[in-house]
Design a protein around this ligand. Structure first.
Ligand code: ATP
Ligand code: MG
Length: 556
């Protein structure tokens, strides 16, 4: 996967055509416009990759614009996290901008439309307006205020902005076409009254623009050329264009281009849903490693590069599709295989005592940090007569096809010696608490000089040198591929066993201190990321097995 295939890209084609026709005099300017009402998730990564990627590809600029037009849901906390997450993904906005900076210009333009007879103040309540809008094949009903003189609307609009009226008592609507087949054009609302304190403009405004009125105009103010959004806005494009066509713009009119939302199996990608998981305590926070937020994925150990590669691989397209989370994980595994240092860790320890080991002797093995990359060098791993192995790697009475350690069986301790189990110790409850073994001194390094073969190689940690750690194993947060598909409520498909915390894991001493790579491969077990705040807590990023590949094989 080193050559990431780029899917057919209709956006790049559009930009190329515009450049050839000199539509924007060769200028390419894009923006990523999140509403600061939550943390960014994997779906946003697709939009970010497209917005910043197109600018990069054509030598243009991409801004971060916070779409902060709704005073009730937005918080400064989110603004900072959004910028941080974009930078973590590997992009730097040309400018950090706020839609709220344009409130005055938007207001002036609204007065302009009123003056042209293209907008009016409506005194009906929201339900009435909504009922009059009609529906597909159902005619719209014109508001009795639709033809009021511009001067009257202007006066009311000014008084709305001056705070004379209570919340939701009046709205400003564009006067377009109540019989249009496009519902968006049936006299959409441009302004509503909200006596709320905005996180940046404070109490200066009590009329706030709707998304549609703010978005295209913000694009125009910033000189955006190609304004990308998701497919649900296709219907809004005629309105986007209508507003721009009736205003005196500082630049060439921007172009809205829509692509499919990214969704992943076994998770949800809607800020509202994710916020619900946090608020209900289903997860520990926005950065819980099971969350599809960029913070969660980062804490879990997903490299930013893998997320970018995945987004580039799926490309921008026009059909909504749910991608397999395994597909994303394949990119993570490919990357980590190259960069993660190898370490040994025993998650469920069982003592192994080598009876013929010389009393008190310790041998230090030099073991490659990463066989995939010689430049990563070696580390020293101690071996002694008392070790820990995985409880699962020993069976008193082995079932068929169990080739790991059992009484009388010889196995290889990775990179060290061949050992044979000779006996065991049980506690009062009859559980095996210790395995006794003998080693063959002639097999140092793990191979027998007489060429005899063993069927199993196991990882181990020297008991006297081990450091204790806690390991978090994760399963899918939702057991259904499409959470909520059956009942409409994703929470019904919550997987109750998505987290397994193992305390008292035994780790090789090289893991005592944070090393050069935060994500390491625990031999035979998978990739694990050290927690940024709790250094002896490791999160399993992904397993070693390429589940995606085997899934595809099964589908063939
Ligand atoms: P949510 O429903 O999660 O709140 P949103 O679309 O309201 O999503 P915004 O913060 O307003 O989220 O979106 C910022 C940008 O990211 C928009 O251009 C939006 O189209 C895009 N975006 C959001 N979710 C996805 C997704 N799942 N896939 C692709 N792009 C997305
Ligand atoms: Mg939104």
């Amino acid at each position: 996967m080193s050559d990431v295939p780029v899917a057919g890209d209709f956006i790049a084609d559009t930009v190329r055509a515009d450049n050839a026709a000199q539509t924007y005099a060769g200028r390419v300017r894009t923006r990523f416009p999140p509403e600061p009402n939550g943390y960014l998730h994997i779906g946003h990564a697709k939009a970010i990759t497209a917005d910043f990627g197109i600018a990069e590809q054509f030598g243009g600029l991409c801004n971060l614009r916070l779409d902060d037009t709704n005073p009730d849901t937005e918080e400064t906390e989110y603004v900072e996290s959004i910028l941080e997450d974009i930078r973590w993904l590997g992009y730097e906005p040309a400018q950090l901008l706020h839609a709220s900076d344009y409130f005055q210009q938007l207001y002036d333009w609204a007065e302009d439309l009123i003056g042209q007879g293209l907008a009016y103040v409506d005194e009906q309540d929201a339900e009435t307006i909504s009922a009059q809008r009609g529906g597909y094949g159902k005619p719209g009903v014109e508001s009795p205020y639709r033809d009021r003189p511009p001067q009257e609307s202007l006066d009311l609009f000014r008084r709305m902005a001056a705070g004379e009226f209570p919340d939701n008592s009046l709205v400003l609507r564009a006067k377009i076409d109540m019989q249009s087949e496009n519902m968006q054009l049936r006299d959409p609302v441009m302004y509503r009254i909200r006596h709320s304190t905005h996180h940046r403009t404070g109490d200066k405004w009590c009329v706030y623009p709707t998304y549609d009125w703010a978005h295209g105009q913000s694009d125009a103010i910033e000189g955006v050329t190609h304004s990308m959004c998701t497919l649900e806005f296709v219907e809004h494009r005629p309105l986007y264009d209508w507003y721009l066509e009736h205003l005196d713009l500082p630049y060439e009119k921007p172009k809205q281009l829509e692509f499919a939302r990214l969704e992943l199996t076994h998770t949800v990608t809607s800020k509202r849903r994710l916020k619900g998981l946090v608020d209900e305590g289903v997860v520990s926070g926005w950065d819980d490693p099971r969350m599809p937020t960029l913070r969660g994925l980062r804490r879990r150990g997903f490299p930013a590069e893998s997320i970018r590669d995945f987004c580039t691989h799926i490309g921008v397209n026009k059909t909504n599709a749910r991608h397999s989370v395994e597909e994303l994980e394949a990119f993570v595994r490919t990357r980590l295989n190259k960069v993660a240092l190898r370490r040994m860790a025993v998650l469920r320890p069982l003592k192994l005592v080598i009876e013929n080991w010389p009393e008190g002797r310790v041998e230090w093995f030099e073991v490659a940090n990463n066989p995939e990359n010689a430049d990563d060098g070696v580390r020293r791993v101690p071996f002694s007569g008392e070790l820990y192995i995985e409880r699962d790697d020993f069976a008193e009475s082995p079932p068929p096809k169990f080739f790991r350690l059992s009484p009388g069986r010889e196995v290889r301790l990775r990179g060290a010696y061949l050992v044979t189990a000779t006996g065991l110790v049980k506690d009062d409850a009859g559980e095996v608490v210790e395995v006794r073994a003998s080693y063959d001194p002639a097999t140092r390094g793990g191979d027998a000089p007489d060429g005899r073969k063993v069927k199993s190689t196991m990882h181990w940690v020297s008991a006297g040198h081990a450091v204790d750690g806690t390991v978090a194993l994760y399963d899918r947060l939702f057991s259904a591929e499409v959470p909520g598909a059956a009942t409409g409520e994703p929470l019904d498909d919550l997987n109750p066993d998505s987290l397994e915390l193992l305390a008292g894991c035994k780790l090789e001493p090289a893991l005592a201190e944070p090393g050069p790579s935060r994500v390491v491969q625990f031999e035979r077990l998978g990739y694990f990321a050290r927690d940024p705040r709790q250094p002896m807590l490791f999160h399993r990023t992904v397993g070693l097995r390429d589940e995606w590949a085997s899934l595809q094989k099964r589908q063939q």
